[in-house]
Design a protein around this ligand. Structure first.
Ligand SMILES: [Zn+2]
Length: 450
């Protein structure tokens, strides 16, 4: 995500419903650090109403227990229930099969499904359920701006269990709490033909019932699936590097702005790919609306954005930093935000020269590596520290290592964590391996802990 301006985030903080901050839940201590359930494969079939604002149908997910510790349950994250008033929710799951649903948890954003029998290491399970999604009002990542509907984080996804147990962190409106493993998706969307449905993955259309189109989107090795629905105008092109980009715009945005953003998108995707590895998803959809309260929001192969080249380059950098190279966005937001902003600086030719001179910490507790629990309590500092100081720290690291080593570090680190999960400790170790300079004091001075 990229905030529009700091003051906007502060205003939202003051008006957003408070969510009790809680540390990663450890309801079931796992015996090893293996992240599980792994390789989820989702199959979703939804039918919309006439506007694209209500979707009903079915979702199922097949998964494998990668851990030596048996899997006795899984958790579904129903993130967008943050936007309701639990127990009244915009995302409703019913008729669960393949397990027994418990009571909603974490403000209705988590649903435990107890499996019929513990799943040993290497065994697979499938959970299915009926699904209903009602998009609320508001130009938001889950919301609608008039006739234009945005469905980010609307589909339930599996939570992750590792050595610290199940990750059941709360939703945050200041950034992201989303943490999921690379997954495969087949999503069928039955909608009025008058609506376009930009979506994660690659889509094919076929005729449905009278006046309706059935769009099937498939995506491999992505962490989430998002889409939009509305009477968008569309502009498409292909980057010199071969990535197809589709730009969708609401009625208030001109064709000229769309063309300009298409040029930014193709250039930024190619620049990021050249630095971090080829973009693996074939195409990318960019959905433009200047009424979003944020600058932009990233989903795999799909971003929401204002008309603004810096925010678009940032969201597209998230295709690598969050998407391809995953991270626990609640506990280590810097691993995607600092890296996405650093990539954006490189794309724009900025070197961050002297940027650390303007760093001024608000307290001894403030660190680039703090979690969203901290930033939710200090929302006015989040963008400054995690984006601003974070990218500056990476520029400083580049000065310590030298540009050639830094280029190799980010490229090889992305490759070694491709479709996996980045951690602060692993990034620090990878950087240390490239220099004889002891980086201990560097990390300490830049407040990069972990
Ligand atoms: Zn971001």
């Amino acid at each position: 995500m990229r905030t529009k301006i700091a003051i906007v985030a502060a205003v939202v903080a003051a008006t957003a419903p408070l969510v009790a901050a809680r540390a990663a839940s450890a309801t079931h201590q796992a015996a090893d650090s293996t992240r599980t359930p792994e390789s989820p494969s989702y199959t979703v079939s939804l039918t919309s109403n006439a506007t694209g604002g209500t979707w009903t149908g079915h979702e199922s997910v097949t998964f494998t227990n990668a851990s030596a510790t048996p899997l006795t349950e899984v958790y579904l994250r129903l993130w967008d229930n943050y936007h309701g008033s639990c127990p009244s929710t915009p995302v409703t799951v019913t008729n669960v099969t393949g397990g027994t649903a418990g009571a909603p948890e974490v403000g209705c954003t988590a649903l435990k499904v107890t499996l019929p029998a513990p799943l040993p290491q290497g065994a697979s399970g499938t959970v299915g359920f009926d699904l209903s999604i009602v998009v609320p009002s508001g130009a938001d990542r889950f919301g609608h701006d008039g006739a234009y509907y945005f469905l980010g984080n609307a589909l339930p996804v599996l939570a992750v269990r590792d050595a610290s147990g199940w990750h059941l962190d709360p939703y945050t409106n200041h950034g992201e709490s989303f943490y999921s493993l690379a997954s495969d998706w087949t999503v069928t969307l039955d909608h009025p033909t008058s609506l376009k449905v930009p979506a994660t993955g690659t889509s094919t259309d076929r005729a449905g019932a009278s006046g309706r189109t059935v769009t099937t989107a498939t995506a491999a090795k992505v962490r989430d699936f998002a889409w939009a629905a509305g009477p968008f105008a569309a502009t498409s092109g292909t980057s010199p590097g071969g990535v197809k980009v589709n730009v969708y715009r609401v009625s208030g945005i001109s064709a000229g702005s769309a063309t300009s953003m298409l040029n930014t998108a193709t250039a930024a995707l190619d620049a990021h790919a050249q630095r971090f590895g080829a973009y693996p998803y074939g195409e990318a959809d960019v959905v433009l609306d200047n009424n979003f309260w944020f600058g932009g929001m990233e989903y795999p192969g799909f971003v929401l954005d204002l008309v603004g080249s810096t925010s678009l380059a940032h969201e597209l950098a998230h295709q690598w930093w969050y998407g391809i190279v995953g991270d626990d966005e609640y506990n280590s937001p810097w691993l995607d935000e600092s890296f996405a902003d650093y990539a954006t600086d490189l794309y724009e030719g900025k070197t961050g020269s002297g940027c650390w001179n303007s760093v001024s910490w608000a307290s001894s507790d403030e660190k680039i590596t703090n979690s969203m629990a901290y930033w939710d309590a200090h929302p006015g500092r989040y963008a400054m520290v995690v984006y601003g100081y974070g990218k500056c720290a990476l520029h400083d690291l580049s000065r310590v290592l030298g540009t050639t080593a830094m280029t190799r570090l980010t490229h090889d680190y992305a490759r070694s964590h491709w479709y996996g999960v980045s951690t602060t400790a692993e990034f620090k170790a990878a950087a240390q391996a490239l220099t004889t300079t002891d980086l201990t004091s560097f990390w300490s001075r830049h407040r990069i802990d972990g």
